[in-house]
Design a binder for this molecule. Sequence first.
Ligand code: A3P
Length: 281
Amino acid sequence: AQTMKEEDKLYRYNGVLYPIIMSPPENLKALEGLEARSDDVMLVAYPKCGFNWMVAVLQKIIAASAGLEKSDSKIAPLIEFYSPEVQKTISNAPSPRLMGTHLPPKDFPASFSAKKTKMLVVFRNPKDTAVSYYHFTNKNPVLPTAKSWDAFYSDFMSGEVAWGSYFDHALAWEKRMDDPDVLILTYEYLKENLQEGVRQVSKFFGFKLTEEQVKAIADASTFNAMKESSKDSHGQMGNVFFRKGEVGDWKNHFSEAQSKQMDAEFEKRLAGTKIAALLKY
Ligand code: A3P
């Protein structure tokens, strides 16, 4: 990835950009055949909305409910990173399988809706998401380095970034706001109410944890706790995934004009929707 030309790092599949190294077309093609189960634990998030945070929370919930001290999950978090061979081993993995994706809902394997697989969806306000994504794309060798913040901001606004348009994802989830198999939580809510969030997530997926277990999981899942153990969980990428962990960092990056333009786009695309109320910033 280090020696690849920046412009070759993303390619288009079904109209959306993906990183060629991690999600080549054969992975995405093979996903069509992924057999979901009704007891899969599915985590969905647009990039940089708090995916790794909730992976850790879900791993801990699953481990605690099985009486394990530590998660023994060997499943890689994103289904679009599975090679066709890895997908075969996933099909034999014991339940409950923890899986995740950044895919837009229109491109989910069909079996997820057929099986009514429960999905936790994490969202974050679009301004902090864009800032987090900017730093990430510059530090992650499989994604293109941005020419500048302004250039990245433009690409983000037009959806010309890996996994596509933030606004398209938000609109797709708007349609499922009242779906009992979908729980939508925001980064901002989780920052304020982590313990309550852990309780809700655990209950939603049908796990039965004691209040002590819920509290222990929340305590171990704060930004600082996770950053400290990030060498173990994410190796060299630890510092890249656990950057700042705050709400409102956009104020350090957005110009007045960019902030106004994003507010206008947010209005234009999402005004009056239920999800807009969740994503207020
Ligand atoms: P920042 O870049 O704003 O710091 P994802 O996992 O979806 O890629 O999202 C990454 C973002 O979530 C980063 O945001 C990261 O710091 C933040 N994050 C990771 N773990 C967190 C935690 N336990 N609490 C709060 N934020 C966390």
